[in-house]
Design a protein around this ligand. Sequence first.
Ligand code: NAD
Ligand code: USQ
Length: 398
Amino acid sequence: MKIAVLGGDGFCGWPASLHLSSLGHDVAIVDNLSRRRIDAELGAESLTPIATIDERLAAWREVTGSEIAFRNIDIAQDYDGLLAFIEEFAPDAVIHFAEQRAAPYSMKNSRTKRYTVDNNVNATHNLLAAIVESGRDVHVVHLGTMGVYGYGTAGMKIPEGYLDIQVDAGENGIVEQQILYPTNPGSVYHMTKVLDQNLFAYYAKNDGLRITDLHQGIVWGTHTAQTLRDERLINRFDYDGDYGTVLNRFLMQAAIGYPLTVHGTGGQTRAFIHIRDMAKCIQLAVENPPARGERVKIFNQMTETHRVRDLAELIGRIADAEVQMVPNPRKESAENELHVVNDAFLDLGLRPTKLEEGLLVEVEDVARRYADRVDRSKIPARSLWTSNQSEGVPQGEK
Ligand code: NAD
Ligand code: USQ
């Protein structure tokens, strides 16, 4: 298959591109390298030393003999460039990772809020409009988030995108319907994924586009079988207060002897997926497209749920690390239960890589290996959801 990976230089896009290439697909990466520029803006680099995109692709060619093409296009701003790429490369599928993905970055100030909305919504809409204008039948696989649902329910499991409801229609009696699950985003970033969802529903209905939206949980880990093949293929590892996600951050903190930064009571329950399963899910989604005219296919791309303080306690125990409750810089429920349906991927054959000690130690080892690259001043989460909150800074680290 010819597969375009938008955002293929990023944390998920890079290992997914290598995985698809290793399966024999003809892969082309499109990326404007904005994530690398945000590293420079924040003064916080990936913990792992990532090679340039040219070095990465040359290494992949050397190691496997396979060619991955690269095009530097800002898909949110350069519509003509994106359209020309789709017409020229003629992909069977486009995997769309190319969005600003950090909730804390999106909440820093009005500039980053506006950038996140402009970038993410335009990127998605440009892609859909370009596919329609190209006249091609391209399957879009988009990386959405579990955060579109919010993280609580009325006690039931969160379904895969659609909710069965009954409406009292008066004299017409009780009417049954299926609707998109009501959204409850917790940041401007998460809200952009809600907006994406409506764009997808519209283009599937109006233009018959084939679209799969993957509502993904927090991705953890760093290596995949392919990124391990050469040092120059190493994946990025975000640890800073804006882009670092909770489990990888705790493992990095344990590795360098920094107290694990549990926000608030740590009662937040979230969904997780290991990076190798992320790549496998992308493969399964590409191999199982919806039919033309079918509504958007929505999969919950997660394998397990965990409460933040339980993760901290587990890592504290395994790695003999100190756990510290810090003020929560976010506006989120102090405690929540989370139960999620993920049958679609299990039915397609996903065998979940569950959180276990060996894998946690593997990530901690990566962090220990590159510990000298850590800038401790970049660890606390300093992006506040509202101005009357305090930063997530451990005592003695201000
Ligand atoms: P990332 O920031 O590492 O990668 C995104 C890539 O897209 C970057 O390389 C960036 O340069 C590129 N990009 C952004 N805007 C672009 C534009 N306008 N034009 C071209 N390229 C652009 O993020 P990630 O962690 O790999 O996440 C990928 C996708 O998966 C995101 O959409 C994110 O919302 C989703 N997701 C990520 C996680 C996670 O835990 N990392 C969890 C759930 C969902
Ligand atoms: N948290 C801590 N300590 C930390 C960092 C985070 O307690 O040092 C807490 C946060 O307050 C939050 C939870 O851990 O309650 C998750 O935070 P996170 O930064 O790991 O995840 P989040 O902001 O939700 O975003 C990440 C990705 C995003 C993706 C989302 C999936 O950056 O792209 O969409 O996970 S989900 O969480 O399922 O919505």
